[in-house]
Design a protein around this ligand. Structure first.
Ligand code: TXA
Ligand code: MG
Length: 326
């Protein structure tokens, strides 16, 4: 089996029709979201959800994000406290996932999607996926469309290279504009906790709510968002962080056009954003990591990245990419 790739921009309606057909058959479809490409399946169909775990090789204790068409649909499945509601109204559709208590009555999201938890991670994506969900009229469980532990895909090509042999359909929506996964928040007792930094910056969340976002570091964060295993987003090559020079055999990822000692001997040089813009850097991060990996370099050296704005998400992913492998 090799996946068909349909142009979701030029042939949007045909792409939606084809995706609806396959999803109703209980099969997953890879599709574009503004953050990264997702591997989507009907969140109410256990056989379809099982296919997601199998296709990714993902542990089943790791719950999936459920994507909704809009806030109204989300409220049918989860209970919103006032702060979560305000966050949803401000930032959806967009790169924000909220962990919310599942509604007990009328509940249709299958426990396989939530790994049996009494909470559900919900996000309303922008563009193609939201239109598809509205057409299907069911939530879509969708993790990133990559083999578990590998770099998340930001283009249809990335998905095809990794999972093309295991899928029937990939929708091509062009390069994912945000480039890192959604920010995951949980609100409890009036406190907002950051479970995963992502495409929505903490600064923007604090400005919209007037509240301070709590960060949960270390093992607690890993338990709360079980997918946050230490070694994640791993390219084949080793990754060396905060590099101030390049060693023989390394590829270099840098930022802002800053010259780096020894860079003339790098196997390849990638600049995440020549102007030093961290949103642009996030959009390029996974693509440049996989391109650097494809040079065959034994190690990828990455210069220090500032931690404000989307820099927090970039650094989170880089630390995981550099973590010791199992
Ligand atoms: O941008 C994104 O979020 C992308 C696109 C496709 O939407 N999706 C994505 O999904 O990154 P995934 O499965 O790779 O990451 C979801 C994370 C995992 O770390 C998982 O453990 C956590 O969300 N999660 C999901 N449901 C949860 C829940 N009920 N409680 C705690 N963590 C949850
Ligand atoms: Mg993922």
């Amino acid at each position: 089996m090799t996946a068909d790739i349909i142009d979701g921009i030029g042939h949007k309606q045909a792409a939606i029709d084809a995706a609806v057909r396959i999803l109703k058959d209980g099969l997953p479809v890879a599709l574009p979201t503004e953050t990264v490409y997702g591997l989507a399946a009907d969140a109410t169909n256990p056989a379809a959800i099982t296919r997601i775990y199998e296709t990714k090789g993902r542990p089943r204790f790791n719950p999936l994000i459920c994507h909704m068409a809009d806030l109204t649909m989300a409220e049918r499945h989860a209970e919103f406290d006032a702060i979560s509601k305000k966050l949803a109204e401000t930032f959806w559709p967009g790169p924000l996932t909220l962990i919310l208590p599942l509604r007990q009555e009328g509940r249709r999201i299958h426990p396989l999607a939530t790994a049996g938890l009494d909470t559900v991670g919900i996000r309303v994506p922008k563009g193609f996926s939201a239109e598809l969900i509205a057409a299907l009229d069911r939530p879509l469980a969708a993790p990133s469309a990559n083999t578990s532990g590998k770099i998340s895909p930001t283009s249809a090509r990335h998905v095809a290279d990794d999972l093309g042999e295991k899928l029937t359909l990939i929708i091509d929506g062009g390069a994912a504009p945000v480039g890192v996964e959604s920010t995951i928040l949980r609100v409890e007792g009036g406190v907002i906790t950051l479970l995963r930094p992502g495409g929505l910056s903490v600064e923007d969340i604090e400005a919209a709510t007037g509240l301070t976002v709590e960060r949960r570091e270390g093992p607690a964060a890993i338990i709360e968002a079980p997918g946050m295993l230490a070694s994640h987003y791993a390219p084949g090559a080793a990754v060396r962080l905060n590099a101030r020079h390049v060693e023989a055999g390394e590829a270099l990822i840098r930022l802002g056009g800053v010259p780096i000692e020894g860079m003339e001997q790098a196997k390849a040089v990638f600049d995440l954003s020549p102007s030093g813009d961290l949103s642009e850097a996030a959009a390029n991060l996974f693509d440049y990591l996989s391109q650097a990996d494809a040079t065959g370099a034994e190690r990828i050296a990455v210069t220090a990245i500032p931690s404000q704005g989307l820099g927090e998400a970039i650094n989170d992913r880089l630390v995981r990419a550099a973590a010791p492998r199992e």
